[in-house]
Write a protein that binds this ligand. Structure first.
Ligand code: DGJ
Length: 731
């Protein structure tokens, strides 16, 4: 619900459990008054205090007045060069060379339904399910207009934001920064949680109290990156999984981003999130507009679990789009770790046959099927089937796979090109490369200039025969290097700062085209695993390969960190062979299955090599996943313990919406002799119901399971796993 009190110039956004408020204050400055637990209403501007502070200047209209300073008041979207020395939300260079942008209230508009963003990802909701508020700010001198867009998804406790900048003046303007979100707090007693890592070890949470100054994370790699994630949490210092105020902010963007929090001199804090300003400069001619990507905010008064669940539900139901969003994720076998580049039709069919016999639905042919791609040094860009490996092409393979009762999936990496490829020989100027410099290689490949329509069109046309193959229902879209040498042959020198964002828009445009023209195909996102695991990609690719690290014990950490912002149904997770390719560790097959089941379950190994006993385990795993798919992928998610702490086990739990069913997964670490007994306290059950565990005779009261726990068996050996399936007694 959006309330606009015209007289008081007050905007109050209510969701079911939260309230967000802004007010047009003195001199038309848009102040931020509140974001937190739902309140009855009222004007919360009383919270803002004014004083004459040294070195905090006042706007010219204040005359002799010295108590109003942009340097000290909480604002909705911070300007630049006019007395606020904290993090700006927008920076621009005007035609006269000045970098001054002063923003004052100019008007507002309320609309039913949720705004959409042309060519960019955004949460969606029909009329009745969301409302939109547009607040217009204007720089009176340059006539640069800033439209702040707010989407209120009341039932989801979700508020989205986006920003549109219009050049209403008569001279061109160079935008140097346009952030999507600015959130001011009149407090500094907050912890910042970020999700950092590296290739094969993504999204490990780090938590620290705010210290004076600027802190944060960002990516300058042209992708959201393995190293940092465009999702951050600010929370009260004592906040835990079940207690404390938590504010989550997510940028729906797959390119470089910046997320920074500044704790200022007076113990206020400001979070600013948006496109990475480094290497960004966008020229706006008179009348032109620039739109910054969407950011989403959630608040939970009762801890991190509740905050995560709000995001999970909103992403599942209002970001991931049908039909793919509603599609049941197939149990798949991926050829990568089983075959790498070394295969032919017969080998693939054998892999598929062994998997089909055990109940797998979909065979995904990974890298190596096209051009002269027999290593990662060549072939990218030549999207025609290598008939030496696959005589009769994909159609023949799809037919053989179809005879086994399976569907076919295929790997592509459309954004990249190898120098040893026909595409590069024909179009060497299609790559990102600065004039006079040989471009940097990453995984021996170069980056195609996806900011150019003709490049995307060519890729689309060359992919069409592949995507049109009958029986093909799945595509894995990979991306295997960071962007460097950012320069486009299609743009003039003064517009080179637009390349990175135009690249991301190009990726979105091609993804949208594939979605539209091949709506029966489920697209999995991937960037060397989880290098582009973000809300932007989830709008186009309902699931994302979470990490190239398939070691189950490492995966517990990666999936734990990922779960703070993203739902299990988005997390690509497979069982792979042991010793693990990435770590050399051997983890029992049961355990690898339990870890992969908390994602979009599948296998990435030669199942034909399994012993009969192992095959039986695989059959059981697939049956269990099918039976519990709904619960695993859409159940309320509880992190029961953290794999980053030194406890004897890691546990998590999914609970059905009606709380009559739950699945508890437990994985032990290195075994300890004569270990203490363990009682695991469960969460989210109905205290008034009794539960049967794994179909056993005994009934356990829900209240006791939560207050006192369930006795865990002690298992011999390292890295053991088990699951407890709880069903409420019918009553
Ligand atoms: C990186 C991906 O994350 C892997 O799963 C695999 O598809 C390889 N690329 C193929 O080159």
């Amino acid at each position: 619900m959006i309330l606009h009190d015209e007289q008081a110039k007050l905007f109050t956004l209510h969701t079911r459990n939260t309230t967000y408020q802004m007010k047009v204050g003195q001199y038309g400055v848009l102040l931020h008054t509140y974001y937190g637990p739902r309140l009855r209403g009222g004007d919360l501007a009383y919270l803002i205090q004014y004083a004459d502070r040294g070195f905090s200047p006042a706007p010219p209209e204040a005359g002799d007045g010295r108590t109003f300073s942009l340097d000290t008041v909480p604002q909705e979207y911070s300007a630049s060069g006019v007395g606020d020395f904290r993090q700006p939300s927008i920076r621009a260079e005007l035609a006269d060379g000045s970098q001054v942008v002063d923003l004052r209230y100019a008007g507002c508009e309320l609309r039913h339904g949720k705004y959409a963003l042309d060519g960019m990802p955004a949460f969606y909701a029909g009329e009745g399910a969301a409302d939109t508020l547009v607040i217009e700010l204007e720089d009176p001198v340059s006539q640069l207009r800033v439209e702040l867009l707010y989407g209120v998804l009341e039932e989801y406790d979700l508020i989205t934001r986006a920003v549109r900048v219009v050049n209403g003046g008569s001279c061109s303007v160079r935008l140097l920064q346009v952030s999507s979100l600015c959130l001011d707090f009149q407090r500094a007693d907050l912890d910042l949680i970020m999700f950092d890592g590296r290739h094969t070890m993504e999204r490990c949470p780090s938590r620290a109290p705010l210290r004076p100054g600027v802190q944060g994370a960002g990516s300058v790699r042209g992708m959201s990156s393995h190293q940092h994630n465009p999702f951050v949490v600010l929370c009260e210092p004592g906040a835990g999984e079940d207690n404390g105020g938590c504010w989550g902010a997510m940028l729906l963007y797959s390119g470089g981003f910046q997320a920074e929090v500044e704790r200022d001199q007076f113990d206020n804090s400001r979070l600013v999130m948006g496109i990475q300003p480094r290497q960004f400069c966008w020229t706006l001619e008179p009348g032109e507009a620039f739109t910054a990507p969407e950011a989403a905010m959630v608040y939970a008064h009762n801890g991190l679990t509740a905050m995560s669940r709000q995001l999970h539900r909103a992403i599942r139901e209002r970001l991931i789009r049908p039909p793919q969003g509603g599609m049941r994720h197939p149990v798949l076998i991926n050829s990568w770790e089983a075959a790498y580049y070394d295969f032919d039709t017969e080998k693939l069919v054998e892999l598929a046959r062994a998997s089909a016999e055990l109940g797998v639905d979909l065979f995904v042919l990974d890298d190596g099927w096209f051009g002269r791609r027999d290593s990662d040094r060549r072939g990218l860009g030549d999207w025609w089937v290598n008939e030496e490996k696959l005589p009769g092409g994909l159609e023949a393979l799809a037919e053989r796979i179809g005879e086994l009762g399976m569907e076919l999936g295929i790997w592509i990496e459309p954004e990249m090109v190898s120098e040893d490829s026909q595409l590069y020989r024909d179009h060497p100027d299609w790559v990102l490369a600065a004039p006079g410099r040989a471009p940097t290689r990453g995984r021996s490949q170069l980056v195609l200039d996806f900011s150019r329509k003709e490049v995307r069109d060519h890729i689309y046309e060359s992919l069409r025969p592949v995507l049109s193959c009958p029986g093909l229902t799945y595509v894995k879209w990979d991306m295997n290097r960071s962007l460097t040498d950012v320069w486009s042959a299609a743009l003039p020198p003064q517009r080179q700062g637009e390349v990175l964002h135009r690249y991301v828009l190009g990726v979105y445009e091609l993804l949208e085209r594939l979605r539209r023209d091949y709506s029966h195909i489920l697209i999995e996102g991937c960037a060397g695993g989880g290098g582009r695991f973000d809300g932007g990609m989830l709008y186009y690719t309902p699931q994302i390969w979470c990490s190239d690290n398939t070691d189950a014990m490492d995966r517990l950490r990666i999936q734990y960190g990922t779960s703070f912002g993203y739902p299990a149904c988005a997390v690509g997770a497979h069982v792979s062979a042991v010793p693990n390719e990435q770590t050399g560790r051997s983890v029992p097959l049961e355990t690898r299955g339990v870890a992969a089941m908390s994602g979009t379950f599948g296998y990435e190994m030669d199942l034909g090599r399994c012993t009969e006993e192992e095959k039986e385990i695989v059959r059981r795993q697939i049956r269990a996943f099918r039976e519990r798919r709904e619960l695993l992928q859409t159940g309320d998610y509880y992190r029961l313990t953290s794999p980053f702490e030194a406890g004897p086990y890691t546990a998590w739990q999914q609970v059905s919406a009606d709380r009559r069913q739950a699945l508890v997964s437990v994985v032990t670490g290195a075994v300890r002799a004569n270990a203490p007994f363990a009682l695991l306290r469960l969460k989210g059950l109905d205290p008034d119901l009794d539960y049967r565990v794994n179909g056993g005779e005994e009934l356990y009261p829900g209240d006791a399971l939560m207050a006192a726990g369930y006795p865990l068996p002690s298992l011999p050996g390292d890295y053991q796993a088990f699951q407890l399936h709880l069903e409420a007694e019918r009553g």
